[in-house]
Design a protein. Structure first.
Length: 427
């Protein structure tokens, strides 16, 4: 018989913020989301915390590391991210296996708010854990691992196990991809409701990897916190527009299976229960955007800045009507607006998980180095992300104000069962 703890919310209605976060706090296509608004409204009004357990847990609670699927994919978005990619330096597959075993053990502890190992103080040796999160709550930490295409080169004899869906992404129009912000053998996404907790986790995983892997790139990100917006309204990106209106609702297992999770029939068998992650570091030309008129900004997105509603509609979650015209026969929502192009036929969906980033100033130009750390998950990028991004790259009005400078596609492994480790289905 289950014993209720003080503050147990299992019988309470989830908040609007919880439901929005459950949807991934994503957005139209690559910035604002396009699908599932009506389903989201039903989720907001009809779901209970007993139906969606993680949505109503405290902001400082624990999200289990072990399970059928990795957490940090359909998990409601936390407030902060610390994400990095590693290049493996050992030529031994056994070393790589041991690294994943060590990472798994450490990640499970970190998600519980513990150090990476049991501490046995010895003044003559470095501490087992770096210590900056000592005394801090778990803060709903999730740690998600993925493998890049380069992991499956000839070093480890795993080339035949590379999934067909783990392609080299094509070059899209207006890409200015930089090597230092792209690729990597292994990617690690750490999300938490505290930036120090998130950084601590990735720092210690990097420390464990010494001698076997080195960091290739690292990026922090953020969204507005629950404390800053207790009402739980949709977060805004650095362009000032609501970012998370129409991400697909994947709370139902059948929806998640269709959009997110790789299936056994998709091949290979070891990827069943995993997903494919796309990372795009999108730099915003903030100074140019800030000089644009409000009308130009809204036409660019196809949404109203203040309310988030589609142009011509009153409510944020109203359905798009791309066939609606004004008195002169012109589309109310421009055909080359971000929302119109990202919508495609309304059937192509991705689950996005985007965070804003600010990396100081570009010393060459004197402009802000800031934008969007775009992350999305899909069952097959060849059928979901790639066709969507090709259409956006070809004609999106937003391209005048953004540049894709980093890129990566990763096979996010299935979850690990207790007693196993991340990657054991592959190794």
């Amino acid at each position: 018989m289950e014993t209720k703890r003080p503050g147990d919310t299992a019988s309470k209605k989830i908040t609007r913020r919880d439901a929005l976060k459950l949807a991934g706090a994503g957005g139209i296509g690559l910035l604002l989301g396009v699908s599932g608004a009506s389903g989201l409204n039903r989720l907001v009004h009809n779901s209970t915390a007993a139906e969606i357990q993680t949505a109503a847990s405290p902001a400082d609670g624990v999200i289990p590391f072990y399970g059928k699927h990795q957490s940090g994919i359909i998990t409601p978005m936390q407030d902060f991210i610390c994400m990095g990619a590693f290049d493996l330096t050992s030529a031994s597959l056994e070393d790589v296996r041991k690294l994943f075993q060590s990472w798994t053990s450490a990640a499970a502890r970190l998600c519980q708010g513990r150090g990476v190992d049991e501490e046995i103080p010895n003044p003559h040796l470095p501490p087992a854990d770096t210590g900056e999160s000592a005394g801090l709550a778990p803060m709903k930490t999730t740690i998600t691992f993925g493998l890049g295409a380069s992991f499956f080169d000839e070093r480890y004899g795993l080339a035949s196990k590379r999934p067909e869906a783990l392609i080299e992404l094509p070059r899209f129009n207006s890409d200015e991809i930089r090597k230092e912000w792209s690729g990597g053998d292994v990617v690690v996404q750490v999300c938490a409701n505290d930036p120090q907790v998130a950084f601590h986790a990735l720092r210690n995983l990097a420390r464990i990897a010494r001698g076997k892997a080195v960091l290739r790139w690292l990026q922090d990100g953020f969204q507005r916190t629950g404390a800053a917006d207790p009402s739980g309204s949709t977060p805004r990106n650095l362009m000032g527009f609501k970012d998370g209106t129409g991400n697909p609702n994947v709370s139902a297992p059948e929806a998640a299976d269709e959009i997110v999770w790789a299936q056994s029939a998709d091949g290979p068998a070891w990827m069943a229960g995993g997903s494919y992650m796309i990372m795009r570091r999108i730099r915003m030309r903030i100074e140019v955007w800030d000089r644009s008129s409000l009308d130009e900004q809204e036409v660019t997105f196809g949404r109203q800045r203040h309310s988030g509603a589609p142009i011509g509609k009153a409510g944020e979650f109203e359905e798009l009507d791309l066939n609606r015209t004004d008195g002169k026969g012109n589309p109310v929502i421009a055909a080359n607006s971000h929302v119109a192009l990202a919508h495609l036929d309304g059937k192509v969906k991705i689950l996005r998980r985007g965070y804003s980033y600010s990396s100081g100033m570009d010393m060459k130009t004197g402009q802000l180095d800031a934008g969007l750390l775009f992350i999305c998950f899909n069952r097959d990028p060849r059928k979901q992300f790639v066709p969507m991004q090709q259409k956006l790259a070809a004609a999106d009005r937003l391209n005048e104000y953004i540049t894709h400078v980093g890129s990566g596609l990763y096979a996010c492994l299935p979850g690990a069962r207790e007693g196993g480790y991340i990657g054991d289905t592959l190794f």
